[in-house]
Design a protein around this ligand. Structure first.
Ligand SMILES: NC(=O)c1ccc[n+]([C@@H]2O[C@H](COP(=O)([O-])OP(=O)(O)OC[C@H]3O[C@@H](n4cnc5c(N)ncnc54)[C@H](OP(=O)(O)O)[C@@H]3O)[C@@H](O)[C@H]2O)c1
Length: 254
């Protein structure tokens, strides 16, 4: 039984990661901004799954908060603290705006949460993991990384590229790095950004439980790239092969 730290654990994919990991007998450290909701989730998991759950309320776009989470990840473990063996960098959001006339502060916050936090937390975790000779990092990217979907796609392309480079550096250390690239998934993501998804056909949607189960299976087998579902594996293959002009013509995904 190991310990997993999940960011963005109060909703959507992060909440599902927390439940599936607890069911697989992992102790948990849960991170998100909403402290009350975080404690409710933690309490439910403690009672139902019988694992230990620490809560670490933090806004990952705030440097001091990020540093507290990094410090927890860097802890090698002693009689009071378990070392984190799996880091799930999941927290993220859609800006819900165009870059050219959008609020630059929102863009910076998105970059802080989906890029800087992933960088800082991965670095904090790999130190103790490589010293112990085991561990795994799972970064949540997106199929949007392969599209011309604005700054969100750019951030997720960074996550994919960063994770591949990290996986190369980690070869032979006993520590793995995986990036999961979900397609459209039923979570709070689109409503939070007030995105109108009514035109999207039902066949395009994935369930968070399926995405998380496939991502965790890919982590267990040490895969670097994880694209849950046959549908999105095919879509990703198409996006990789298609001329970029055609990809740009398809439009935005935020
Ligand atoms: N849903 C999709 O279609 C889809 C597709 C591809 C990739 N993804 C990616 O999947 C990941 C999870 O998204 P989701 O769909 O599960 O969204 P969600 O249901 O909206 O959940 C987002 C989680 O992130 C947390 N969070 C947001 N901003 C934060 C911050 N500044 N600091 C700490 N925690 C923060 C939220 O909690 P608090 O509000 O309490 O902080 C919440 O727990 C994201 O990286 C997203 O980009 C989603």
């Amino acid at each position: 039984m190991g310990t997993a730290l999940v960011t963005g654990a109060t909703a959507g994919l992060g909440l599902e990661f927390a439940w599936q990991l607890a069911t697989a007998r992992h102790h948990l450290v849960l991170v998100a901004r909403d402290a009350e909701r975080l404690e409710e989730v933690a309490q439910r998991i403690r009672v139902v799954a019988g694992v230990d759950v620490e809560v670490l309320p933090a806004d990952l776009s705030v440097r001091e908060d990020l540093e507290r989470v990094a410090q927890r990840l860097a802890q090698p473990g002693d009689q009071d603290t378990r070392p984190v063996g799996l880091l799930v960098n999941n927290a993220g959001f859609a800006t819900g705006q165009r870059f050219v006339d959008g609020d630059i502060a929102v863009e910076e916050q998105a970059l802080d949460v989906m890029v800087r936090a992933v960088l800082v937390l991965s670095r904090a975790a790999v130190g103790q993991m490589t010293r112990r000779g085991r561990g795994a990092i799972l970064n949540v990217g997106s199929v949007a990384a392969l599209t011309a979907g604005g700054t969100y796609a750019a951030a997720k392309a960074w996550v994919r590229s960063f994770t591949e480079g990290l996986a190369v550096e980690l070869r032979g250390t006993g520590v793995t790095a995986t990036v999961v690239a979900p397609g459209f998934t039923h979570t709070e993501f689109h409503a939070r950004a007030e995105l109108d998804m009514s035109q999207l056909p039902e066949a395009a949607w994935l369930d968070a439980s399926d995405v998380v189960a496939e991502a965790l299976a890919d982590v267990r087998r040490g895969a670097v790239l994880s694209t849950p579902s046959g549908r999105y594996k095919a879509a990703a293959a198409l996006l990789r092969l298609a001329p970029r002009r055609a990809v740009r013509a398809v439009g935005r995904y935020r």
